[in-house]
Write a protein that binds this ligand. Structure first.
Ligand SMILES: [Fe+2]
Ligand SMILES: [Fe+2]
Length: 187
C-alpha cells in the first residue's frame, strides 16, 4: 500500500495492560520457579547436616515457602493454569538440591547463587515488561527479587565461590534454570 492509509493501531500502547495471556504466563512461570526453589531446598535439607549452613538454608527455604504461597494465591485469584511440568520440577528440584548438597555445603551455596542470578534477571525483565500496567503483580515481583538477591548474598557469604568445580556447577544450574523458565512459561 502507498501513501494515505491510516496507520494501524499497534497491538498495545504504553499504559494499556498487557494481554491477559501474557500476564497469566508470567504468573505460571513464577509459580513454577518458587515451587522449584522450595524443592531445591527440600533436597538440600535432606542431605546437609546440622550447622550454620543448614540454619541459613532453612531460613531461605522459609522465604521460598512464603513466595510460593503468594503465587499459589495469584494462580487461584487470577485463574491461571499451573504448569503441567510441576511433577517434573518436584523431582528435578529435589534432585538438584540433594546432588549439590552431596558435593558439600559450598556447592549447595553455589547452586543458590546460580539460581538467584537467573531469577534476578528473570524478575527484572518481567518488572520491566509490566511497567505500571499491573502494580500489584509488579510489587510482588520486586519484593521477591529483593529477597532472592539477599539469598545470593547469603550464599556468597557461606563460601559459594570456593565450591569445588564452581564454574561447572554454576553453568549447569544456570542452564537448567533458564530451560525450566522457558518451558514453564509455555507449558
Ligand atoms: Fe523465591
Ligand atoms: Fe531464593
Amino acid at each position: 500500500m502507498t501513501g494515505t492509509s491510516t496507520p494501524e493501531r499497534p497491538p498495545y500502547l504504553p499504559g494499556d495492560s498487557l494481554p491477559e495471556a501474557e500476564t497469566r504466563a508470567m504468573i505460571r512461570v513464577d509459580h513454577a520457579g518458587e515451587y522449584g526453589a522450595v524443592r531445591i531446598y527440600d533436597g538440600q535439607l535432606a542431605v546437609i547436616g546440622r550447622g550454620r549452613a543448614r540454619d541459613e538454608i532453612r531460613r531461605m527455604a522459609g522465604q521460598e515457602q512464603r513466595h510460593l504461597a503468594a503465587f499459589d494465591e495469584l494462580v487461584r485469584a487470577r485463574h491461571v493454569r499451573p504448569t503441567v511440568l510441576q511433577p517434573l520440577w518436584h523431582v528435578a528440584g529435589y534432585a538438584l538440591g540433594a546432588a549439590t548438597a552431596l558435593l558439600g555445603e559450598r556447592a549447595a551455596m553455589a547452586c543458590t547463587v546460580a539460581v538467584e542470578e537467573v531469577i534476578d534477571e528473570h524478575y527484572r525483565a518481567q518488572a520491566e515488561r509490566l511497567g505500571d500496567t499491573d502494580p500489584a503483580l509488579s510489587e510482588t515481583i520486586e519484593a521477591f527479587r529483593a529477597d532472592e538477591l539477599q539469598h545470593r548474598q547469603t550464599a556468597i557469604e557461606h563460601g559459594a565461590a570456593d565450591a569445588p568445580a564452581y564454574e561447572l556447577i554454576s553453568a549447569f544450574v544456570k542452564t537448567g534454570s533458564r530451560l525450566a523458565i522457558w518451558l514453564s512459561t509455555r507449558l
